[in-house]
Design a protein around this ligand. Structure first.
Ligand code: ZN
Length: 185
């Protein structure tokens, strides 16, 4: 009984809700591995870069946990990166999933990594489609990033294809984010 209470407290301590109730699933909660190493990421960054994983879509916590573990294994074991590449990911269930998290530099946009946070939607958005709760989750996460000083209030939002030769973040996300207030051509 004591151990169950301790476990519950531990889960509560590392979980959180964003302002409008979007749940941020900690890496421990989705079964992620700790980083091999980290590099500090500064505050008041001027860029947020949106991606898709170009892989599996997921609709439930359990599915997303499994997909995230696969993405992390690919990044760490096949690509040799110290952790999953993105700072945060968003599932088809509308939850935000912690990747490298706040103040850790990601591996998602080459020379832009030190100047940006990377947020990736799980799925391939050349055919998968965004649900309203996924869009809301991303916008709340970005606002939280401003509130906590990770992003500057005047940050610029880019799709990955704007800074690298890639089709990322896929057609449907690309069409969506061009309507967001911080997006810039
Ligand atoms: Zn990308």
């Amino acid at each position: 009984m004591v151990s169950k209470v301790a476990l519950l407290l531990a889960v509560l301590a590392c979980s959180q809700y964003l302002a409008q109730g979007v749940y941020v699933v900690s890496k421990a909660e989705w079964g992620g591995r700790g980083p091999k190493w980290t590099v500090a990421l500064g505050n008041y960054l001027n860029y947020a870069i949106i991606h898709h994983t170009a892989g599996a879509y997921c609709e439930t916590r359990a599915q997303c946990n499994s997909v995230l573990q696969s993405v992390q294994s690919y990044h760490m074991d096949s690509l040799g990166w110290p952790d999953i590449g993105y700072n945060f990911l968003i599932g088809g269930d509308g939850n935000v999933y912690e990747g490298r998290g706040w103040n850790n530099m990601g591996a998602h946009a080459a020379e832009w990594n030190p100047y940006s946070i990377g947020i990736s939607f799980l799925g391939n958005y050349n055919w998968d489609t965004l649900e309203p709760n996924m869009i809301s989750a991303a916008k709340q996460l970005l606002q939280d990033a401003v509130n906590r000083g990770q992003l500057s209030s005047g940050y610029v939002l880019y799709g990955h294809r704007q800074v690298s030769a890639t089709e990322c973040p896929g057609t449907h996300i690309w069409n969506e984010i061009r309507g967001w207030s911080h997006w810039s051509a």
